[in-house]
Design a protein around this ligand. Sequence first.
Ligand SMILES: [Zn+2]
Length: 320
Amino acid sequence: MRYALYLFSFSIFLSACRPEPTEVSNINVDEAFEPYVNSFIQEGAKRGYDIDFSDTGLSIVFGNIVNASASCTEIAGHDSGSHQILVNKDAWHTLNDSLRERLIFHELGHCELNRVHRNDKFEDGSWKSIMRGDPLSEADEKLPIPYFGFRKDYYINELFEESVSLPDWADLKFEYDEIPASSKTPLIEAQGLPNIQDTIDFEIEDYELEIVLRTVSGEDITWVAWGTTEQHYFFWMQDTDFHFAANAAFQGPFHFVQHPDLDFRESQKITIRQVGPFCKIFLNETFFFIVDRLPADLFFIQSSMDNDIVIEEYRLSRID
Ligand SMILES: [Zn+2]
């Protein structure tokens, strides 16, 4: 039998090659990572993979890594080697549950599934794989993976089977004019506000929230959030950056755009439309992104406080 030494070093953000020989070991998984290893095994089983790491061993421990969240070092190949994963402790503590799972799945993708980085995108600009990684442009570094809601199952399918067919939502696009004005009943309308601080005390199933805004300094992070305290979406703006995210059980962030024509020091129109199973976001009447609808009633709409933001127009409408 011929033994070949394969050494790989992978990371989510930076691929720092560190060709350090490692020894084959058995299972040594820090308890912080156990739930994610268990769900990797379960997700593999759902897809016909019998994974127990007995053939390879598995080590996932906190370690010193510079400029990366984690790295995977491999000896003797993915099917007979030793999976040695190091996780940056500082980075780990900044991650929510969803991002932690994605990180461990990504590293196990390298060592157990023999995946390399894949950096192509869908029409809507979102990544095709949670195996996205270095080399990335500065803008792509900021673009998260929407490992989230109705997209998540696809990302796990793609992790185990790279050739998986495109998901139904891959090329979804929506027109701003798809909802006629006659279907919208304004419930709140205002102009020239220094901020938004509204609590919604009526039931509203499908709605459109439309805000024309600009930021004051353009430098500070400025935000608008809507939903309930437990589950809400928000976006934040800075210069020409627009980030879209979720909090609490939604475990964002999940989309980002940067464009010289989208300067938030000038008026920009943001439309949030929750209809049927989706929440659709439009920027200046152009479709931007789609996510799952908020599962609870709209409860609050808030923005950054005075001196950060100017709300030129603000309208909440019920959609019938
Ligand atoms: Zn990687």
